[in-house]
Design a protein. Structure first.
Lengths: 214, 214
DNA sequence: TACAGTTCTGACCATGCGGTCAAATTTTCG
DNA sequence: CGAAAATTTGACCGCATGGTCAGAACTGTA
């Protein structure tokens, strides 16, 4: 019998077709339930019921609930990276301003077309705690996501394209506005994604560039 | 025996000294527990234990858990309004830009000095759901908080002080950045509140005003 | 077909939850 | 003081939770 204590990450031989398909199915239903019922409402029983399987089967494919929830985060990130990668194939932006614009448009487009997945991730990230009560995805963790933005800002400031500001505060602000878009889309599914994106791009274009034209 | 089914709001005679004090005590401990352990970790048992009282006593003073959590939100709002009111006594800002600056400085100062309370409120607002699974503090609810900001923006645009932008998107962005400050303060208690505030004020000053000087 | 490995179920477990309540305690006040 | 009212406790209830497990069902293969 194979170990049912598989931790995602290390490859123990290779997963069966069944195993991979079942994991994907469970993951998708878990995403749906978290998006619909929120973190607190997403019990293993409800996920199993939603997927039409028994609860024990989830335990067979995932080491525990927190393992499943972490897999949600990992999976949606994987999708997001794929989405942004395809978009980026058009070529590298030439200026820091173009890079910021591309960053915003890419992320907002992904959220606009994958609101439920991203909503589920936000739910998990904001609520999942370890046994000692500490947030698993803490400040140190999301500080990592500021890296790409901060590099854009520092490059723009070095070239004189951007005004002087604290790149960390600006990065935090950009991430907050992007993440907030998730709630807008979930709350108002008919929202005009393109119009919202254009507004946000203009907002941060003005926020980052000096008032006097160079 | 007095009804223990008091709903906050309608005054049923007047509360006893004991009642008011006990309610305040329970509320404060509830805030602490939610801030420390998060929404999911804040059970009535833990709150009672933290307060050094029996769980039944909470039920005596509050109609239920959701009543208690809603009271947290109400109480912290009350404190926030008081804080901002005292600050505003210095006089009304003359321009829309000054009003926005004052709004940001006031809200960030309150968060900087009451991070735990605000953190608890955010936790409740983001998680509390009714029996049907719908968020109690939904999009329609927090849209109310955009009102004051949108009035500032519309006034600034009417006078030509602000550039043309969607006041709703700008209001959402401002609120998102302000709320995000809560997590920064909770994650890094030694953060320089004044410096962060100055950066945010500059960010939205640039974001709202036209590039060409009038 | 027979058998070994796997996938899957459904019953079960201990725990913690929100909530209730009779009884004990404390306070109020005539 | 003494009775009535307010306050508080601690035991208890039904329920949902995450997790476990023996065994049934399925699958591939020799």
């Amino acid at each position: 019998m194979r170990s049912n204590f598989r931790t995602s990450g290390q490859s123990d031989d290779e997963p069966t077709i069944t195993e991979a398909a079942r994991r994907a199915q469970i993951l998708q239903h878990a995403i749906d339930v978290v998006a619909d019922l929120g973190y607190a409402g997403a019990s293993l029983n409800r996920i199993a019921e939603h997927a039409g399987i028994s609860k024990g089967l989830i335990s067979y494919h995932f080491a525990g609930k927190s393992d499943l929830l972490k897999a949600i985060v990992q999976e949606v990130y994987r999708r997001g990276i794929g989405f942004l990668y395809e978009r980026a194939e058009a070529g590298e932006p030439a200026t820091a301003g173009a890079a910021l614009k591309s960053y915003l448009e890419g992320h907002l487009a992904f959220i606009g077309s994958h609101a439920r997945e991203v909503g589920a991730v936000v739910e998990v990230v904001r609520n999942l705690r370890d046994a000692e009560g500490r947030l698993v995805y803490n400040n140190a963790w999301d500080a990592e996501s500021y890296g790409e933005l901060m590099r854009i800002f520092e490059a723009g400031q070095a070239s004189g394209e951007f005004r002087e500001f604290d790149p960390r505060v600006m990065a935090i602000s950009v991430r907050r506005v992007i993440d907030g878009f998730t709630f807008q889309v979930m709350g108002f599914p008919d929202i005009d994604v393109a119009a919202f994106t254009a507004e946000v791009v203009a907002l941060f274009d003005h926020a980052t560039t000096p008032r006097e034209r160079s």
